[in-house]
Design a protein around this ligand. Sequence first.
Ligand code: GLY
Ligand code: MN
Ligand code: MN
Length: 454
Amino acid sequence: MRILLVFCLAVGALEAQARSAPALSAGPHGAWNVVPALPGMGRAIEAEATAARRQALLARIGRGVVLIPAAHERDLETEYVQDNDFRQHNTFFYFTELEVKDAWLLMSVRGPDSTDVVLFLPPRNPTPEQWTGVRLGPDSTAARRTGIATVLPLDSLDRRLRMAQVRTRGPVYVPLDVSTKDERRLTDLAFLGRDVRNLRPIVDSMRLVKDAAEQARLRMAVDISVLGHLAAMRAAHPGIFEYEIEAAFEGEVRRQGADRLGYPSIVGSGPNGTTLHYDTNRRRAQDGELVVVDAAAEYGQYTADITRTWPVNGKFTSRQRAIYNLVLATQQAAFDAVRPGVKLMTLDSISRVYMREHSGSVCGPSTCDTFYIHGLGHWIGMDVHDVGDYTTPLAPGMVFTLEPGIYLPEEALGVRIEDDVLVTPTGALWLSAGAPRTIDDVERVMREARAARR
Ligand code: GLY
Ligand code: MN
Ligand code: MN
């Protein structure tokens, strides 16, 4: 019995350690083997997971046709985009994990045992490939890599679509959103008088619960972001520019294998820490100030969302401590209430009540919740503010942020602490706990970094 207990404690401690800090490895944390046949990031496709998502969608629809476009190539010559990054549409990615341009996915369902899935790809063309790289063509490689048995050239799409509508006689579901509003093929369907319905509400509700493959990607995004926050804290010193902190974060996450940022990095020192989405990042941080760093990496199309607030000189003042510890305890109170069945808005209320009741005189005549001027949190996933209905009760596999804050512009003092949390069958897991959160941990990391610099 005793041995079992010791064993359980040891395993528990190891698990806690594994959860609280990403393992240090010689190479990039998020390294993966590129699949040369695949364009874009060349990342392997989790064919079982995408097939299960397609089946789940078709089962939910019961009868009908689904048509989903991929994103298109951006034209560097005419659009003058500042980054030349291609990012797939999330709806297309969810069902394919493919980073191809100009593709289409056509699915139809006539009953539980009668489904049809076809991927359409443009033919390969050596001239554009010379400029922008190899593409996946409509051939057996594509079928093998994607797990979609039928892959056809794009010019056969309209004929197959007409055939599918004749055979299926159900509605046509298409994603109607800002990324698809100019898709002629979709708007034409509506003008032809078809029963066209928006696919997004169905897909968005599916995306609320992350499957195992999605959770693995999210965890990697979080772990890489944690390393970025550690690098940012370690770089700090009075007089550092906000963009140097930004560079420390972004350099580290790219080194660790991040595909891109989840959103523009927010590095607000002193007064800028009270502007919620300040991302100009040009000010010089002064001795004695706090810095709010809200930054995260994207990995495999999934993004983390983490904020840490720390003193640029590595030591909190007693005033900063009082505010910080109230935000921290508020976040903990919300976390302690997370379990399946609870709603995010209930957690939001719990956090506000906690802050109000524990404010004392810290925020003067008002209670501190007056200065907690945004919501407690939001879903994360392929979007940093991910899709999904906020009235949905929590269920295992949902992932969201807990990010209370207090903002006091008159004191040039802002504190936000933001962590990513996974709902489990019995409660919740902190995913981002590896980024120092308590005052002791923050000060220790910064002290050690200072000592190492000397
Ligand atoms: N990083 C944006 C947010 O926390 O909502
Ligand atoms: Mn957030
Ligand atoms: Mn954030």
